[in-house]
Ligand binder design. Structure first.
Ligand code: BEZ
Length: 211
Protein backbone atom coordinates (compact mmCIF):
# COMPACT_ATOMS: atom_id res chain seq x y z
CA UNK A 1 0.00 0.00 0.00
CA UNK A 2 1.27 3.47 -0.77
CA UNK A 3 2.32 5.94 1.90
CA UNK A 4 0.01 8.67 3.13
CA UNK A 5 0.61 11.85 5.10
CA UNK A 6 1.26 11.08 8.75
CA UNK A 7 2.51 7.57 8.05
CA UNK A 8 5.90 6.55 9.41
CA UNK A 9 8.50 6.76 6.64
CA UNK A 10 9.85 3.23 6.26
CA UNK A 11 13.49 2.48 6.98
CA UNK A 12 15.86 0.94 4.43
CA UNK A 13 19.51 0.19 3.84
CA UNK A 14 20.93 1.36 0.53
CA UNK A 15 24.08 1.70 -1.55
CA UNK A 16 24.77 5.41 -2.13
CA UNK A 17 27.46 7.71 -3.45
CA UNK A 18 28.63 8.22 0.16
CA UNK A 19 28.70 4.47 0.94
CA UNK A 20 26.10 2.14 2.43
CA UNK A 21 23.61 3.87 4.67
CA UNK A 22 20.82 2.95 7.02
CA UNK A 23 18.18 5.60 6.32
CA UNK A 24 17.10 6.00 9.96
CA UNK A 25 20.69 6.22 11.22
CA UNK A 26 21.70 8.67 8.50
CA UNK A 27 18.77 11.00 9.11
CA UNK A 28 18.45 10.70 12.90
CA UNK A 29 17.19 13.96 14.41
CA UNK A 30 16.86 15.76 11.05
CA UNK A 31 14.17 16.78 8.66
CA UNK A 32 14.53 14.88 5.39
CA UNK A 33 13.91 15.53 1.71
CA UNK A 34 13.88 12.19 -0.12
CA UNK A 35 13.36 12.70 -3.84
CA UNK A 36 13.45 10.43 -6.85
CA UNK A 37 14.47 11.21 -10.42
CA UNK A 38 13.84 9.18 -13.57
CA UNK A 39 17.37 8.52 -14.77
CA UNK A 40 21.03 9.52 -14.63
CA UNK A 41 22.62 11.43 -17.53
CA UNK A 42 19.36 13.21 -18.40
CA UNK A 43 19.03 16.98 -18.78
CA UNK A 44 16.24 17.93 -16.36
CA UNK A 45 17.61 15.66 -13.60
CA UNK A 46 21.07 17.19 -14.07
CA UNK A 47 19.69 20.67 -13.37
CA UNK A 48 17.63 19.46 -10.40
CA UNK A 49 20.50 17.76 -8.63
CA UNK A 50 22.72 20.75 -9.36
CA UNK A 51 20.17 23.14 -7.85
CA UNK A 52 19.84 20.93 -4.77
CA UNK A 53 23.60 21.00 -4.26
CA UNK A 54 23.68 24.79 -4.69
CA UNK A 55 21.07 25.10 -1.94
CA UNK A 56 23.11 23.17 0.64
CA UNK A 57 23.34 26.15 3.03
CA UNK A 58 19.56 26.62 2.89
CA UNK A 59 18.95 22.94 3.72
CA UNK A 60 21.59 22.98 6.47
CA UNK A 61 20.06 26.10 8.04
CA UNK A 62 16.77 24.23 8.34
CA UNK A 63 18.37 21.01 9.69
CA UNK A 64 17.40 19.09 6.54
CA UNK A 65 19.22 16.08 5.09
CA UNK A 66 18.64 15.51 1.38
CA UNK A 67 18.81 12.17 -0.42
CA UNK A 68 18.19 11.51 -4.13
CA UNK A 69 17.17 8.13 -5.55
CA UNK A 70 16.92 6.44 -8.91
CA UNK A 71 17.22 2.86 -10.10
CA UNK A 72 20.54 3.50 -11.86
CA UNK A 73 23.70 1.70 -10.71
CA UNK A 74 26.25 3.28 -8.38
CA UNK A 75 28.94 3.61 -11.08
CA UNK A 76 26.52 5.63 -13.22
CA UNK A 77 25.70 7.84 -10.24
CA UNK A 78 29.40 8.47 -9.59
CA UNK A 79 30.16 9.32 -13.22
CA UNK A 80 27.11 11.54 -13.55
CA UNK A 81 27.97 13.49 -10.39
CA UNK A 82 31.13 14.69 -12.20
CA UNK A 83 28.93 16.01 -15.04
CA UNK A 84 26.56 17.71 -12.57
CA UNK A 85 29.46 19.38 -10.80
CA UNK A 86 30.95 20.54 -14.09
CA UNK A 87 27.80 21.78 -15.82
CA UNK A 88 25.97 23.24 -12.80
CA UNK A 89 29.08 24.82 -11.22
CA UNK A 90 28.56 23.06 -7.91
CA UNK A 91 29.70 20.11 -5.81
CA UNK A 92 27.09 17.44 -5.20
CA UNK A 93 27.09 17.18 -1.43
CA UNK A 94 24.29 14.73 -0.64
CA UNK A 95 23.87 10.97 -1.24
CA UNK A 96 22.46 9.55 -4.45
CA UNK A 97 20.87 6.19 -3.73
CA UNK A 98 21.52 3.47 -6.32
CA UNK A 99 18.26 1.57 -6.09
CA UNK A 100 18.98 -1.14 -8.65
CA UNK A 101 16.75 -3.69 -6.92
CA UNK A 102 13.97 -1.04 -6.59
CA UNK A 103 13.63 -1.68 -2.87
CA UNK A 104 13.41 2.02 -1.97
CA UNK A 105 11.35 2.92 -5.05
CA UNK A 106 8.78 0.29 -4.17
CA UNK A 107 8.71 1.13 -0.45
CA UNK A 108 7.94 4.75 -1.36
CA UNK A 109 5.79 3.96 -4.43
CA UNK A 110 8.07 5.94 -6.74
CA UNK A 111 7.44 3.85 -9.86
CA UNK A 112 4.13 4.64 -11.52
CA UNK A 113 3.81 1.94 -14.19
CA UNK A 114 1.43 3.89 -16.41
CA UNK A 115 3.98 6.72 -16.59
CA UNK A 116 7.03 4.44 -16.92
CA UNK A 117 7.39 0.74 -16.17
CA UNK A 118 11.04 1.07 -15.24
CA UNK A 119 11.92 4.61 -14.13
CA UNK A 120 11.02 6.42 -10.94
CA UNK A 121 8.81 9.49 -11.33
CA UNK A 122 9.82 12.79 -9.71
CA UNK A 123 8.53 12.12 -6.19
CA UNK A 124 9.33 14.38 -3.24
CA UNK A 125 8.85 13.29 0.36
CA UNK A 126 9.43 15.65 3.26
CA UNK A 127 9.81 13.68 6.48
CA UNK A 128 9.95 15.14 9.98
CA UNK A 129 12.45 14.31 12.74
CA UNK A 130 9.60 12.23 14.20
CA UNK A 131 9.85 10.15 10.96
CA UNK A 132 6.30 11.04 9.94
CA UNK A 133 5.66 11.81 6.26
CA UNK A 134 4.75 15.52 6.15
CA UNK A 135 4.47 16.13 2.41
CA UNK A 136 4.36 14.17 -0.83
CA UNK A 137 4.42 15.74 -4.29
CA UNK A 138 4.76 13.97 -7.62
CA UNK A 139 5.92 15.65 -10.82
CA UNK A 140 6.11 14.23 -14.32
CA UNK A 141 9.50 13.43 -15.85
CA UNK A 142 9.31 16.44 -18.14
CA UNK A 143 8.91 19.06 -15.37
CA UNK A 144 11.86 20.01 -13.20
CA UNK A 145 10.93 20.72 -9.60
CA UNK A 146 10.87 24.14 -7.95
CA UNK A 147 13.29 23.89 -5.05
CA UNK A 148 12.27 27.27 -3.67
CA UNK A 149 8.83 25.74 -3.19
CA UNK A 150 10.35 22.79 -1.35
CA UNK A 151 12.18 25.21 0.99
CA UNK A 152 8.98 27.22 1.43
CA UNK A 153 7.06 24.12 2.50
CA UNK A 154 9.82 23.17 4.93
CA UNK A 155 9.59 26.66 6.46
CA UNK A 156 5.84 26.28 6.77
CA UNK A 157 6.08 22.80 8.31
CA UNK A 158 8.71 23.96 10.80
CA UNK A 159 6.57 26.95 11.82
CA UNK A 160 3.62 24.65 12.41
CA UNK A 161 5.81 22.23 14.39
CA UNK A 162 7.13 25.00 16.66
CA UNK A 163 4.18 27.40 16.98
CA UNK A 164 0.41 27.00 16.74
CA UNK A 165 0.25 28.54 13.27
CA UNK A 166 -0.43 27.62 9.67
CA UNK A 167 0.55 29.48 6.50
CA UNK A 168 -1.93 30.99 4.04
CA UNK A 169 -2.02 30.72 0.24
CA UNK A 170 1.19 31.82 -1.48
CA UNK A 171 2.81 32.61 1.89
CA UNK A 172 6.51 33.26 1.83
CA UNK A 173 9.02 33.79 4.63
CA UNK A 174 8.37 37.05 6.51
CA UNK A 175 4.66 37.35 5.77
CA UNK A 176 1.86 37.09 8.31
CA UNK A 177 0.71 33.61 9.29
CA UNK A 178 -2.64 32.19 10.36
CA UNK A 179 -3.37 31.34 14.00
CA UNK A 180 -4.46 27.74 14.45
CA UNK A 181 -8.22 27.29 14.91
CA UNK A 182 -7.35 25.36 18.10
CA UNK A 183 -6.31 28.63 19.81
CA UNK A 184 -9.19 30.63 21.34
CA UNK A 185 -9.14 34.31 20.28
CA UNK A 186 -8.82 35.45 23.91
CA UNK A 187 -5.64 33.34 24.26
CA UNK A 188 -3.93 34.87 21.22
CA UNK A 189 -2.26 37.91 22.91
CA UNK A 190 -0.40 35.75 25.42
CA UNK A 191 0.77 33.30 22.76
CA UNK A 192 1.47 35.84 20.00
CA UNK A 193 2.72 39.05 21.64
CA UNK A 194 3.68 40.64 18.29
CA UNK A 195 -0.02 41.34 17.69
CA UNK A 196 -2.85 39.83 15.73
CA UNK A 197 -5.81 40.66 13.50
CA UNK A 198 -9.25 39.06 13.72
CA UNK A 199 -10.61 39.16 10.16
CA UNK A 200 -13.32 36.61 10.95
CA UNK A 201 -13.70 34.56 14.14
CA UNK A 202 -12.11 31.65 12.27
CA UNK A 203 -9.51 33.74 10.37
CA UNK A 204 -6.93 35.30 12.67
CA UNK A 205 -3.48 36.38 11.54
CA UNK A 206 -0.27 37.27 13.36
CA UNK A 207 3.22 38.29 12.30
CA UNK A 208 5.54 35.36 11.65
CA UNK A 209 6.58 34.41 15.20
CA UNK A 210 10.19 33.34 14.61
CA UNK A 211 11.61 36.52 13.03
C1 BEZ B 1 15.28 14.53 -17.79
O1 BEZ B 1 15.70 14.46 -16.64
O2 BEZ B 1 15.69 15.37 -18.56
C2 BEZ B 1 14.23 13.58 -18.26
C3 BEZ B 1 14.17 12.31 -17.76
C4 BEZ B 1 13.21 11.44 -18.24
C5 BEZ B 1 12.30 11.88 -19.20
C6 BEZ B 1 12.35 13.19 -19.67
C7 BEZ B 1 13.32 14.04 -19.20
Amino acid sequence: MSLRLGDTAPNFKAVTTVGEIDFYDYTEGSWVVLFSHPADYTPVCTTELGRTAQLKDEFDKRNVKVLAVSVDPIDDHKGWVNDINETQQTEVNFPLIADEDRKVSELYDMIHPNASATATVRSVFIIGPDRAVKLMITYPASTGRNFQEILRVIDSLQLTANYSVATPADWTHGEDVVVSPAIATEDIPAKFPKGHKVIKPYLRTTPQPNI
